[in-house]
Design a protein around this ligand. Structure first.
Ligand code: GRG
Length: 331
């Protein structure tokens, strides 16, 4: 079935961005991503109005769009800012944001973290009920793979091969070896599984390496897949893809450490979500394991490694600025 959302999307709105201040660059990229998401998300009459409404409620609730901006910046970096066809990358960037939003909706469910605020709004299950929130997440995950398979619309064999490569990478990042696996480790460590299995006793049971490994799956894998998807769809050679992948691995670690720090000392109004829940729930966190000062140092060191991975491959530009953004963000 062809839905209105299968219409090809126009190219990225932002032209090559030399000279734009970073905040303006990000603002434009977010606007372009939002416009593309609106076109790519399912709409009536191809789907029931309620599911179209519920997915949009969460997708357009004001997320930072880190992952799609990262995908677009990686594409720019590997092409020296001369990417001719933004439409080659935008669908993958949007698909990853759909998967990210699904993960937030499901993570907030009573069966998982039981959160009532996300992106500054009541969570999906609070507004639509648990059944619809499960389905909104399911729809976003599934639609993401439709978008990856269908867009960009071309029969060119090299682009088809890139799409397949990105599809596989995103599936691995989102699935049991990636985000879902990380969430399982998290639920197990914080005693949220109700299977009756013996469980480790929260933070005390998780050492530094295990905490890193959990977040490499839970948060890092999708961030890496976003950067890799941008580079691959832009036609980067393998060495550049590997450099972007390494950069994003370090970036993802820093992102998670900063996330844990913000959960301790961030402003709930700025963050748009409840804070302090992780520590209260006995979840293993970086500040809990290392302390706040050491956590800040670990985040800065990870960003240093991210920058070094780029520099070694002669890459940089907006990816360098994104590294700064991740380290210094307040939400
Ligand atoms: C339900 C399979 C499944 C997985 C959930 C990502 C995740 C796994 C849970 C989210 C819990 C959480 C707060 C993790 C910390 C890192 C993270 C993903 C933060 C939210 O991402 P942002 O800050 O959110 O990019 P926005 O709203 O800006 O897009």
């Amino acid at each position: 079935m062809t839905s209105p959302s299968d219409r090809p999307a126009p190219a990225t709105a932002t032209p090559p961005d030399s000279g734009l201040p970073f905040h303006e660059y990000v603002r434009r990229q977010r606007a372009a991503v939002d416009a593309a998401l609106e076109r790519l998300l399912p709409s009536p009459p191809a789907c029931p109005p309620l599911i179209a409404e519920a997915v949009r409620y969460s997708v357009f609730a004001g997320g930072k769009r880190l992952r799609p901006v990262l995908a677009l910046a990686a594409a720019d970096a590997v092409t020296g800012g001369s990417l001719a066809d933004g439409e080659a990358v935008m669908p993958a960037a949007c698909a990853i944001e759909m998967i990210h939003t699904y993960s937030l909706i499901h993570d907030d469910l009573p069966a998982m973290d039981d959160d009532t605020q996300r992106r500054g709004r009541p969570t999906s299950h609070v507004v639509y009920g648990e059944g619809m929130a499960v389905l909104a997440g399911d729809a976003l995950l599934t639609e993401a793979f439709r978008v990856l398979a269908r867009h960009p619309r071309t029969s060119a064999p090299d682009v088809a091969a890139r799409k397949l490569r990105v599809l596989a990478r995103v599936a691995e990042a989102a699935g049991a070896a990636g985000m879902v696996g990380g969430q399982v480790v998290d639920l197990e460590a914080s005693g949220q599984l109700t299977s009756g299995r013996p469980r480790p006793a929260g933070a005390a049971a998780m050492n530094a390496a295990a905490l890193d490994a959990m977040h490499a799956r839970k948060t890092g894998a999708l961030i890496r897949a976003a950067a890799v998807a941008g580079a691959v769809m832009a036609g980067a050679p393998d060495a550049a893809v590997a450099a972007v992948d390494a950069y994003a691995g370090h970036l993802g670690l820093a992102f998670q450490i900063v996330d844990d720090i913000l959960d301790v000392e961030g402003d709930p109004a700025t963050l748009g979500k409840t804070t302090g829940k992780d520590a209260a729930a006995g979840k293993p966190t970086y500040p809990g394991l290392h302390g706040l000062g050491a956590s800040r140092r670990l985040a800065a060191e990870a960003i240093g490694r991210a920058r070094a991975s780029l520099a070694a491959a002669g890459l940089g530009g907006r990816l360098d600025e994104i590294a700064d953004w991740v380290l210094h963000r307040s939400h």
